[in-house]
Design a protein around this ligand. Structure first.
Ligand code: GLN
Length: 413
């Protein structure tokens, strides 16, 4: 007998995969770059492959050079003297790190609260580990026309409070947020922190886009709020930081009470993360400040963002300008497609299955030549109507590609 629920359904990434789309379609769907990591980072990988030790198992905590580099980079950001033996854990991508936290902490039926739209991996990561997702929607801007800000997506704190039952154990915060691009304000994080304290919740703070915050906005770390260090684990990603999403190198930072049990889980799931690319990620973090790498990268991404948003402005379509991350949400509720359009079965799915906006994104990919991800996939069935009418367009692509996409998107007129 198969497990019940959505976890075994086909995932949106494999449906809207370049392999299923025409070769000429520009991929603004799954969020990965079409440019290489910086050369000084890949050179470190090449060096590591020539040596002996980094071709073998690393300590399950991660190679010491990377843990030290994480400490070197993050100490000042967390205002702490991070302990590389007990407060830092290298993981096989941010995703495996989060999975391991759930494996370590969830008992059957424990509840995990997540804001919708949620990065879709959270759901199966929770349910495969016996947990129960509890969904609290971010409320999209109402009656907005043209450009909204991701800050206009709001939390109803009464709704959040009502969602917390005695079985609630973890709340997931994701800032900057995928797919909305919202950078959670300090007052919002303070309110979440107060509820976490009141109901004794662990906070998993997915901050993999922390290096991509625009327009002088401040990235606030919930772990830094008073009293929150002891109940918060913060998630980071070399893939997002250094344009290397296929490396599967990430990290967790938190108190020993969270990191140690998670180490036990990750040791059993992957034993350790691939060693040579840990060396490369270490080189990246070691040199990032001196090279002003993240500042420059952020400015490049701001330019990329503008290419897409200028195109949406020209179209006069409603969209959300992200304060962080590399996604723009475009309202696609007016996109028309013929009833008899030849959609593949994976897009039609079974039953209701959020099919309308999946169909709209598929239609845009085939007829306009630009792929995106239907945001409906980031909602539970009951809440999908709250904010599903969007396609998520990723701008982690080079300028030329984005300009070509921008031109094609005028076909949505
Ligand atoms: N984080 C990336 C995105 O949101 C890809 C995630 C994935 O493929 N699982 O596009």
């Amino acid at each position: 007998r198969l497990k019940e629920g959505r976890a075994l359904a086909q995932d949106v990434w494999s449906i809207f995969n370049v392999a299923n789309l025409p070769a000429e379609c520009i991929n603004l769907g799954q969020g990965y770059m079409n440019f290489p990591p910086p050369q000084w980072v890949t050179e470190a990988a090449e060096e590591a492959l020539k040596a002996v030790a980094p071709n073998h198992y690393s300590h399950p905590r991660g190679r010491i050079r990377l843990r030290q580099a994480i400490k070197g980079f993050y100490d000042s950001l967390f205002h702490r003297n991070l302990n590389v033996e007990s407060e830092i854990l290298v993981t096989s991508g941010a995703n495996e790190g989060q999975y391991s936290v759930f494996t370590a902490f969830l008992e059957q039926g424990d509840e995990v609260i997540m804001f919708e739209p949620f990065f879709d991996q959270y759901l199966p990561s929770v349910t495969f580990n016996g947990g129960k997702p509890v969904y609290v929607p971010l409320h999209p801007p109402r009656n907005g026309q043209g450009r909204d800000s991701s800050n206009d997506w709001t939390i109803d704190f009464n709704e959040l409070r009502r969602a917390i039952t005695p079985r609630a154990k973890i709340i997931i915060v994701n800032t900057p947020h995928n797919p909305v691009g919202k950078v959670f304000r300090k007052d919002e994080l303070e309110a979440i922190a107060a509820l976490a304290e009141e109901f004794n919740l662990m906070v998993m703070s997915d901050e993999v886009y922390d290096c991509l915050v625009f327009d002088g906005k401040e990235h606030v770390r919930i772990a830094n709020l008073p009293g929150m260090w002891d109940r918060t684990v913060t998630v980071g990603s070399a893939g997002k930081a250094f344009a290397a999403t296929g490396w599967r190198v990430g990290w967790l930072i938190g108190p020993p009470s969270i990191i140690q049990p998670t180490l036990a889980a990750t040791t059993r799931i992957v034993f350790c993360t691939n060693s040579p690319l840990q060396e490369a990620a270490a080189a990246g973090l070691e040199q990032a400040r001196e090279r002003k790498f993240f500042e420059n990268q952020r400015d490049e991404y701001a330019e990329r963002r503008a290419i897409l948003t200028d195109a949406f402005d020209q179209l006069g379509m409603k969209y959300t300008l992200p304060e962080g991350s590399y996604f723009v949400l475009l309202d696609i509720s007016n996109v028309q497609f013929p009833d008899d359009y030849p959609f593949p079965q994976s897009v039609l799915g079974r039953g209701r299955d959020f099919r309308y906006f999946k169909m709209a994104c598929w239609f845009i990919a085939l007829e306009v030549g630009v792929s995106s991800i239907p945001v409906s996939e980031f909602y539970c069935e009951e809440h999908a109507n709250i904010g599903e009418a969007y396609g998520r367009f990723a701008f982690c692509k080079d300028v030329e590609t984005l300009k070509k996409a921008a031109e094609r998107l005028q076909g949505l007129k």
